[in-house]
Design a protein around this ligand. Structure first.
Ligand SMILES: [Zn+2]
Length: 155
């Protein structure tokens, strides 16, 4: 196989692995918005729970401007701008887990940039009355960070 095709095949299977991992994590945290970076942008959980019945094909693939890639026509999480802003600002991270209550608010680009600034070079930021945004080099890392921050704040 010419190297360029090998590269494409590797990327395709990476995306498949990411999809399966997001589905598994969504089952553990049903109200979280979860995303992973892809070669062309990101895959993100759709806007409609329940995540308990989420399938790999339900994940929405977007570029970082919010243009659709791939074949899923579900609506992406309303908070996709937040994820996109963080991927732009943080070349070092591959995954984002954003955990909060069952009613996510839509993120405007201005809010997204504010949260991204609050996150800085850190692994997580907690926004009062909203939730936790955790980032990491892998989905599992981001998920564990989010869970740790949530636990510390449960009274
Ligand atoms: Zn949120």
């Amino acid at each position: 196989m010419p190297p360029i095709y090998r590269l494409h095949a590797a990327r395709r299977s990476a995306t498949r692995r990411q999809r399966n991992e997001i589905v598994a994590l969504a089952g553990e945290s049903v109200s979280a918005t979860i995303s992973a970076r892809t070669p062309t942008g990101m895959i993100v959980t759709p806007s409609r729970p329940p995540h308990a019945s989420l399938r790999a094909v339900d994940l929405v693939e977007l570029d970082l401007d919010g243009q659709r890639r791939g074949r899923c026509w579900l609506e992406p999480s309303t908070e996709w701008p937040l994820h996109a802003a963080i991927y732009r600002a943080r070349g070092d991270i591959e995954a984002i887990v954003h955990a909060h209550g069952p009613r996510p608010s839509a993120a405007s680009m201005a809010q997204a940039l504010r949260v991204t600034a609050m996150l800085g070079a850190g692994a997580a930021v907690r926004i009062a009355q909203h939730g936790v945004i955790a980032v990491g080099p892998t989905l599992r890392d981001a998920f564990e960070v989010a869970r740790g921050v949530e636990r510390r704040h449960v009274v």
